[in-house]
Design a protein around this ligand. Structure first.
Ligand code: PMP
Length: 438
């Protein structure tokens, strides 16, 4: 054990098998560019942009400087009935790159908070228009929308829900879009399954459209294992929402800020939601921050009453925190300087080729990719305590490559600065691990 290792007992780690971890901890002490350094001084290639967030790579000087300078200049400003210039500046800069019409920005501190905020805006919007009977929220099986009560309720990852009882009432779920039988090893968006969007019509028939406020989906479901939207699926979902006056919310916490080859997946897939949640890449992971982008007409609905009244009774102490705003502005500059928001599109071909070269490796039953996000699904091993994918994760870590696993799926979401060699090395590590496992 490393002499400098801290006492590990007090820290209750999130989404971690604490006891197992503390027996053989993996501690990161530094990061630069594509690499972490661990407490043994080993370099570890970052295959997942930290946690789908460090899109511009680690330790970007412009962002670091902006945070340092901001801390010395204005460390905090109350966000209620007060403002500071960078909050307005960041919102305006974001509105320049959001999908058309989504030009109003509400700041939060995380993706989970962005989701809660979007759901609350949806409910309040309908009430403000005299449609307060629209209270039902629809999510999707295997969706992930953070861990707070709204997001957990509309979320569809069973393990994240089952410990916590009944959750919010008035929530329902449409079917997820993974269909390995029909779509295994599709390169890019799968051909089959647009009709799965019609599952929303089933819920409309069951509950009546007049009771439904909003539908929330990730354009690409990340945390559940990179589940891609079949070709035409999102467009169909948009059409059904329009037909029934239901708001469509895209959760772009993972897909936002360049992951799919455009600033947002909504643009890549040509479907514009009414509300959009982002976080992660918003500050390159440097300072916690999330946001909701709202269609201007939704925002303006709240602006009808007397001007001296608060329009939306919602917000956080750290909404639009000066450090986060400074980091966000410097992150946008960095993305622009290096043209990172479109780079995933340029690297997608090589990434797809590499990833799909795993198709004949042991245990691989599906490979999925889009832009710079990918998933490799392995045969399940029912009854065994450790999933194969987790063994691959551990082996890759030993090889000096950080990947992520969820269930039987290995996920990659490299920083958008990754070179072709970096991408090849990530896949090579997975290949080595799979062969050793076999
Ligand atoms: N929504 C999506 C789609 C996410 O992937 C995540 C986090 N992985 C969240 C929400 C929650 O974000 P946070 O962990 O910042 O609360």
């Amino acid at each position: 054990m490393n002499a400098k290792q801290p006492d590990l007992n007090a820290y209750w780690m999130p989404f971690t098998a604490n006891r197992q971890f503390k027996e053989s901890p993996r501690l990161l002490t530094k990061a630069d560019g594509m690499y972490f350094t661990d407490d043994q001084g080993r370099q570890v290639l970052d295959g997942i942009a930290g946690l789908w967030c460090v899109n511009a790579g680690h330790n970007r000087p412009r962002i670091v400087r902006a945070i340092q300078e901001q801390a010395a200049e204005l460390d905090f400003a109350p966000p209620f009935q007060m403002g500071h210039p960078k909050a307005f500046e960041l919102a305006s800069r974001l509105a320049e790159i959001t999908p058309e019409g989504l030009n109003r920005v509400f700041f939060t501190n995380s993706g989970s908070e962005a989701v809660e905020t979007a759901l609350k805006i949806a409910l309040a919007y309908h009430r403000a228009r005299g449609e307060g009977h629209r209270t039902r929220l629809i999510g999707r099986e295997r969706g992930y929308h953070g861990v707070n009560f709204g997001g957990m309720s509309v979320g569809g990852m069973v393990a994240n829900r089952k410990m916590f009882g009944t959750l919010l009432s008035g929530v329902d779920h449409i079917r997820h879009t993974l269909d390995i039988q029909r779509n295994a090893f599709s390169v890019g968006l799968p051909a089959h399954g647009a009709e799965l969007a019609d599952d929303l019509e089933r819920l409309v028939a069951l509950h009546d459209a007049s009771t439904i406020a909003a539908v929330i989906v990730e354009p690409i479901a990340g945390s559940a294992g990179v589940l891609l939207p079949p070709q035409g699926y999102l467009k169909r979902l948009r059409e059904i929402c329009d037909k029934h006056g239901i708001l469509l919310i895209f959760d772009e916490v993972i897909t936002g800020f360049g992951r799919t080859g455009q600033p947002f997946a909504a643009q890549t897939f040509g479907v514009t939601p009414d509300l959009m949640t982002v976080a992660k890449g918003l500050t390159n992971g440097c300072v916690p921050m999330g946001a909701v982008f709202a269609r201007q007409s939704i925002h303006d609905t709240f602006m009808q009453g007397p001007a001296h009244l608060i329009e939306l009774f919602h917000g956080y102490t750290y909404s639009a925190h000066p450090l986060a705003c400074a980091a966000g502005l410097a992150t946008l500059d960095t993305y622009a300087d290096d043209q990172l928001l479109t780079r995933a599109g340029e690297m997608a071909g090589h990434f797809a080729e590499e990833l799909h070269s795993l198709r004949n490796e042991p245990h691989v039953i599906d490979v999925r990719n889009f832009g710079l996000v990918g998933g490799v699904e392995l045969t399940p091993r029912p009854g065994e305590p450790t999933k194969r994918a987790f063994s691959v994760f551990l082996d890759c870590w030993e090889q000096g490559v950080l990947v992520r696993t969820t269930g039987d799926i290995i996920a990659l979401s490299p920083p958008l600065i990754a070179s072709r060699d970096d991408l090849s090395r990530m896949v090579a590590a997975i290949r080595t691990a799979l062969r050793r496992l076999a």
